[in-house]
Design a protein around this ligand. Sequence first.
Ligand code: SAH
Length: 359
Amino acid sequence: MTDLARRFRRLIEAHGPMPVARFMGESNALYYSARDPLGATGDFVTAPDISQMFGEMIGLWCADLWHRAGHPQNVAYVELGPGRGTLAIDALRAMNRQGLSPQVHFVEGSPALREIQRSRVPGATFHDDLADLPGDVPMLLVANEFLDALPVRQLVRVEKGWRERMVGLVDDRLAFVAGDQPMEEAVPADLADQPPGTVIETSPAAATVMGEVAARLAAQGGAALFIDYGHLAGRTGSTLQAVKGHAKVDALDHPGEADLTAHVDFATLATIAHTHGVAAQSGTQGQFLAALGIETRARALAAAAPARAKETDAALRRLTAPGAMGELFKVLALTGGGWPHGAGLPAHGAVAQGSEKPD
Ligand code: SAH
């Protein structure tokens, strides 16, 4: 049993069940604070570590927008949760080649990952949250697999109505239980009428980030790109999952020692952006990277290093194929403050949502 699991048990024994959001928030804060969870020797691999092509395409997306916005002199590249800094390195190299050399700002909560980022991207300025990012320059903001790590709140339908989904003790084990307070007020009207057992997930933390980013884009100008596991249309069900050592494990069994994630509800986030007068575009990662020319880049890399051509092709397929990351991962792009729309994605909601398969 982990130290945090012991602490959670004591807390639950003393005060009763705790909300899923608290369990997830405290578990991930501890999980990320002390380790580098990324890569083959860690718990999970992310797109920037699969291939340099991923960051390069994002850098080109930023540079294209910047050119079409009239290439303003002073721009900030902002990354939320930059991991090992790999995406930033590849994206900044691609931007530099297009004449764009932005200031670099990282929002990173983990002291362990900050150290790695500081050594790999020496000029970066660090921030605990978005509040103290510069307020007087346009931003090009990128967040890959950041929102999925933020805590979700869950509501569960029981016979008597809606309750918050909590973590309690059942037969001396951490288990999901329903809270006792009625929560009907928190349920969107179109979802209220569901059978018992239905779970609804929301992410107040992701909504807060989105509101803050959209308000800044409207005021400062610029663009934001969010890439994550998730869905483009609203849905019900729990998507909370835990990964440890590249394998799925029980979500409640290893608090603080497994990565907890939930799918991102991009439909709600796009609605928040719209309320700030910011434009939203969305699609799948596969669509997005293909539209930006990743296949051409893969051919060029394979021609330049024939010994690694097979590896390059495998990385291309892993990033774009529907059965790999191509469809499960979605991209939400926001632009505001007079900046043009980004390349490679239709307006959010323009694609038939009924065709999206549950994943
Ligand atoms: N973007 C990177 C890393 C993804 S892992 C990549 O694609 O490889 C999630 C990242 O978000 C880590 O850097 C983690 O430390 C950071 N993070 C998670 N929750 C955070 C929070 N609440 N505040 C700031 N950073 C957070």
